[in-house]
Design a protein around this ligand. Structure first.
Ligand code: HEM
Length: 461
């Protein structure tokens, strides 16, 4: 009896060490089972890292949504309007129209794009950093910055506070449901849709919107691409960058002396913590790899960024920006913005510029300190202490110790929440079948298709 008690107590006390990883693995299994796809993950034993980009960039690896159970889940998370999110559109004239608009909205002189990022960062820091030490979650710190930034980029005017709250409410809801720490809240997202609908109807967008989309679809396109993906990705990237700097003060110190070092710091951060865990494609024809291996049409190909990045250089688990001083980009297996041959990120140019400007402003005003676990998915949002420049407060060590203990125990609780909420959402998405139902009634250009009624023979079979 006492032995059971001791074992139970030991299991509870050591839970921060073993439970979160097991729960993540279990969640992966649940997702796989419910989606029920014929999924193949790369790199694998047959297709190693040396052929990873060849398969990713293959012309037949170009299906995005139709024909994969996984799509139902992504459409569920990226609602409303997942059917017109650039990421989800199938190749064709409508995709080209949307991609052209995104490129136009993201373009501009580098100094203007950087200055806007610096301005938005400073505005938010003025509000948040009011004492010598401020405890923040880095993702929450950065979301209002990028909400303001992309509002300016889309509407060419400063972001009113009320609009910023709507954008942050929406983006935060998306990222928290994606990480399974919360369910989604469609009503919160709909408030932003109504705001954007008013602005689109008034003709306030800086560039023409895709003519091939209806007015409602144009609103959903803006919401999905600029006020979800852009805001979420930039906030995640900044959270990883600042957390890495908080935990490697010598890197932060060198960056403060030499801003050219930023490119290496960003490369190294994105190498270790790529924003995409998996990107998937659906094959639209057979892919012949060699005499022996064929990937049949209709396969769901999952490209694992962390696994691929880990094969490109020695000591992959060590955060070492200096490794980029001897770059051999082909051997580096480094694709933070995707592969050029197959729908890479349209913000490939803008993101580093804006991230650099925002990082510069943060480091000019505060020194980040953090003792929390830094993982790729970062469901904690990156708890961090910001120490105002010029201050050397007492008790920082004790605060750091508190943060570490709190983070480990939050991890235990959160991993169980993620398992439960993740399972609920996967089952809900499976039942709603958003992508599947859409393609039952639409072609890949979004045109309604009329299904022939089943023949008498089919009915009797
Ligand atoms: C550091 C920041 C960012 C990183 C690391 C990043 C990374 C990526 C990656 C790896 C892909 C390709 C995924 C795949 O192959 O399926 C992608 C696609 C995409 N990204 Fe980004 N992204 C970032 C910021 C942004 C921003 C600011 C936007 C703003 C609009 C954006 C919009 C998109 C879109 C629309 C796609 C889909 C492209 C297509 O299918 O044509 N991303 N991103």
């Amino acid at each position: 009896m006492w032995l059971t008690g001791v074992l139970a107590a030991a299991a509870v006390l050591t839970a921060p060490k073993w439970l979160p990883a097991r729960v993540v693995a279990l969640r992966g299994k649940v997702f796989e089972k419910v989606n029920g796809d014929r999924a193949i993950t790369f790199p694998n034993a047959d297709v190693g890292p040396d052929r990873f980009e060849e398969v990713y960039g293959h012309p037949a690896a170009n299906g995005r949504s139709r024909g994969a159970g996984l799509s139902d889940l992504f459409w569920y998370w990226l609602s409303p309007g997942p059917e017109v999110h650039q990421e989800h559109l199938e190749a064709g004239p409508r995709y080209d129209d949307v991609a052209r608009t995104t490129r136009a909205l993201l373009s501009g002189p580098g100094d203007v794009l950087s200055e806007a990022a610096a301005r938005c960062t400073n505005r938010v820091l003025d509000e948040v950093v009011t004492g010598p030490v401020t405890l923040v979650r880095l993702r929450d710190l950065m979301m209002p910055v990028w909400a303001e930034y992309f509002h300016e980029l889309v509407f060419d005017e400063p972001c009113p506070r009320a609009a910023r709250d709507l954008i942050v409410g929406h983006a935060d809801d998306v990222v928290r449901s994606l990480k399974c720490v919360s369910l989604r809240h469609p009503a919160r997202r709909a408030r932003l849709t109504r705001y954007l609908a008013r602005r689109v109807a008034a003709g306030d967008v800086r560039r023409p919107l895709p003519a091939s989309l209806s007015p409602t679809e144009q609103v959903h396109y803006l919401q999905g691409t600029f006020f979800n993906t852009a805001v979420v990705q930039m906030s995640e990237a900044m959270a990883h960058l600042l957390l890495a700097l908080a935990q490697h003060p010598h890197v932060a110190a060198r960056l403060a002396r030499d801003e050219r070092y930023f490119a290496h710091v960003l490369d190294e951060t994105m190498r270790m913590y790529p924003l995409f865990g998996i990107a998937h494609r659906i094959t639209t024809a057979d892919i012949e790899l060699d005499g022996r291996t064929t990937l049949p049409a209709g396969s769901v190909l999952c490209f694992s960024y962390p696994d691929y990045h880990a094969t490109g250089s020695p000591r992959p688990d060590v955060f070492d920006p200096d490794r980029w001083e001897h770059p051999d980009s082909r051997a580096a297996h480094h694709i933070p913005f995707g592969v050029a041959a197959n729908r890479p990120c349209p913000a490939w140019r803008l993101s580093p510029l804006a991230l650099r400007a925002a990082t510069r402003e943060v480091l000019r005003r505060v020194t980040p300190h953090s003792t929390v676990t830094h993982t790729r998915s970062l469901p904690s949002g990156g708890p961090c202490l910001l120490v105002r420049a010029g201050e050397s407060p007492r008790g920082l060590g004790a605060l750091g110790a508190f943060l570490r203990v709190r983070d480990r125990w939050e991890d235990v609780w959160r991993s169980v929440v993620q398992l439960v909420l993740g399972t609920v959402m996967v089952l809900h998405a499976h039942r709603l079948r958003l992508a599947g139902r859409y393609f039952d009634t639409h072609d890949t250009e979004g045109r309604p298709v009329r299904r022939e009624p089943p023949s008498t023979q089919e009915i009797t079979e």
